[in-house]
Design a binder for this molecule. Structure first.
Ligand code: 3PG
Ligand code: MG
Length: 388
C-alpha cells in the first residue's frame, strides 16, 4: 500500500506550506452558522506554525462560477479564522500571480496568509494544469486538509500534487481513521438518510448506498426527484429533471438488492405551513419538510438499525418550522447510545449542533458530499492524488 505523507514527515522550518482547507462554512445573513470546518483546520495550522513553517491557506467558498464576486470573498471568513487560530492572518485578494509572489517574498516563519477564493478562477473546477502550477509556484510543500472538498477533481485538490511535495493534514488523517473505523465493516442493519439541497452527484452516490443499506431514507431535493419520477405532483419544489431516468433505474436496483427506499408520505408545505398527504400537493405548493406520518416511519426504522449514516437535512432547516423533521431525527439518533451514528456535512453538523444533539453521535464528519462519496470506494480523488 502506498503511504500518504503526513505533516510530521516534512521539515517545515522556513518553508511556505500551501494548505488546502475547506472554509466553505454554512453562511447566512453575513453570519457563520457553524464553525466546525474552521475548528477542524486549526491543528494543522498550529502544527505548521509550531514547526516554524509559513501556512499559506487556500480554499473555495460557495460557487461563484469562475467569476470574481464579493459575495463569495474569503475575507468574510478571515476574522473568525484569525480569532480561532489566535494569530494575525494576512489576506491577499488574489490566489495566483504577482500579488501573491510579492506578499510571500518577504514572509517570515510563523506568519499566516490567506489567499482569495480559488473558484474566482474557472480553471480551478476544471482541474486545470496551468492553474495548479501557478498556485504552487511560490510555495514549497502542499498539504491537503480539506477532506470535505476532496471528492472534487479540482486543481487545488488533485492536479496540484504534480508540482510540489504533497501530504495530508491532521483533519484529513482524522477523517480517514474515523470513517475506516466505523464504516469499513459496519454493524448491520444499516440505514442511510440523505437530504439537503445540493443534488448534483448525490443521485450517483445514492446508487452505491443501495448495495450497503437495508433502508435508504430520502428528504430534501433528492426525495423530490424520486417523487417526481413516480409521476407525483411536487408543485414548485426543487428537483433534478435530468436525473429522472437515473432515479427510475436506482429504484429498480434497490428492489433487486432488498434495499427499501423511504420517500415522504406526507409533508409540510410553504402555504400556511400546512401538513399534507403527498397525493394532495398541487402546482402552487412547495415541499419544505417531512410530515408526521413519514417521521413515525423513520423513527421505527432508526429504532431497528445498528448503524445510521446521515448526510443532509431532510427539510429547509434554516427556517423554522421547517427544521422540525431534521431536529426530531437528530434528537432520536442522539438519544440512542448503542447506535453507531455517523453524520456529515456543513449543514447537517450545523443542524445537529444547533440543538446540542451531538453528545452520542459516534462521529461527525466535516464532509457531506465527500463523506457519501468516500463510502463508494473508501477513498476520494483528493486522497488518491496524494499517493502518487
Ligand atoms: C461542501 O460544502 O460540501 C464542500 O465544501 C464542497 O463544496 P461544493 O459542493 O460546492 O464542491
Ligand atoms: Mg456544504
Amino acid at each position: 500500500m502506498i503511504k500518504i505523507k503526513k505533516i510530521s514527515d516534512f521539515n517545515l522550518n522556513s518553508k511556505k506550506v500551501l494548505v488546502r482547507l475547506d472554509l466553505n462554512v454554512p453562511f447566512n445573513n453575513n453570519k457563520i452558522l457553524d464553525n466546525s470546518r474552521i475548528k477542524a483546520s486549526l491543528p494543522t495550522l498550529k502544527e505548521i506554525i509550531k514547526k516554524k513553517g509559513i501556512p499559506v491557506i487556500i480554499s473555495h467558498f460557495g460557487r461563484p462560477n469562475g467569476k470574481v464576486n464579493k459575495r463569495f470573498s474569503l475575507k468574510k471568513i478571515l476574522k473568525s479564522l484569525s480569532k480561532q487560530l489566535g494569530e494575525k492572518i494576512i489576506f491577499c485578494n488574489q490566489c495566483i500571480g504577482l500579488k501573491v509572489k510579492k506578499i510571500l517574498e518577504n514572509a517570515k516563519p510563523a506568519q499566516v496568509f490567506l489567499l482569495e477564493n480559488l473558484r474566482f478562477h474557472k480553471e480551478e473546477t476544471k482541474n486545470n494544469n496551468k492553474f495548479a502550477k501557478d498556485l504552487s509556484k511560490y510555495c514549497d510543500i502542499y498539504i491537503n486538509d480539506a477532506f470535505s472538498a476532496s471528492h472534487r477533481k479540482h486543481s487545488s485538490i488533485v492536479k496540484i500534487t504534480k508540482f510540489i511535495p504533497s501530504g495530508m493534514g491532521k483533519n484529513m488523517e482524522n477523517e480517514i481513521n474515523n470513517l475506516n473505523k466505523y464504516l469499513k465493516k459496519p454493524k448491520k442493519p444499516i440505514t442511510a438518510i440523505v437530504g439537503g439541497s445540493k443534488m448534483n452527484n448525490k443521485i450517483n452516490l445514492i446508487n452505491s448506498l443501495i448495495n450497503k443499506c437495508k433502508y435508504l431514507i430520502l428528504g430534501g431535493g433528492v426525495a423530490n426527484t424520486f417523487l417526481k419520477s413516480k409521476n407525483l405532483n411536487i408543485g414548485r419544489s426543487i428537483y433534478e429533471k435530468k436525473q429522472i431516468r437515473n432515479v427510475i433505474k436506482i429504484q429498480n436496483k434497490a428492489k433487486k438488492n432488498n434495499c427499501k427506499i423511504i420517500l415522504p408520505l406526507d409533508v409540510v408545505i410553504s402555504e400556511k405551513n400546512k401538513h399534507l398527504d403527498i397525493s394532495k400537493i398541487n402546482k402552487n405548493h412547495q415541499i419544505l419538510d417531512l410530515g408526521k406520518n413519514t417521521l413515525n416511519v423513520i423513527f421505527e426504522i432508526i429504532n431497528n438499525s445498528s448503524t445510521v449514516i446521515w448526510s443532509g437535512p431532510v427539510g429547509y432547516f434554516e427556517k423554522k418550522p421547517y427544521d422540525n423533521g431534521t431536529n426530531k431525527i437528530a434528537t432520536l439518533i442522539n438519544s440512542k447510545k448503542k447506535l453507531i451514528s455517523i453524520a456529515g456535512g456543513g449543514d447537517t453538523i450545523s443542524a445537529l449542533k444547533k440543538n446540542k444533539k451531538i453528545n452520542n453521535i459516534s462521529y461527525l464528519s466535516t464532509g457531506g458530499g465527500a463523506f457519501l462519496h468516500w463510502l463508494e470506494n473508501f477513498t476520494l480523488p483528493g486522497i488518491e492524488a496524494l499517493k502518487k
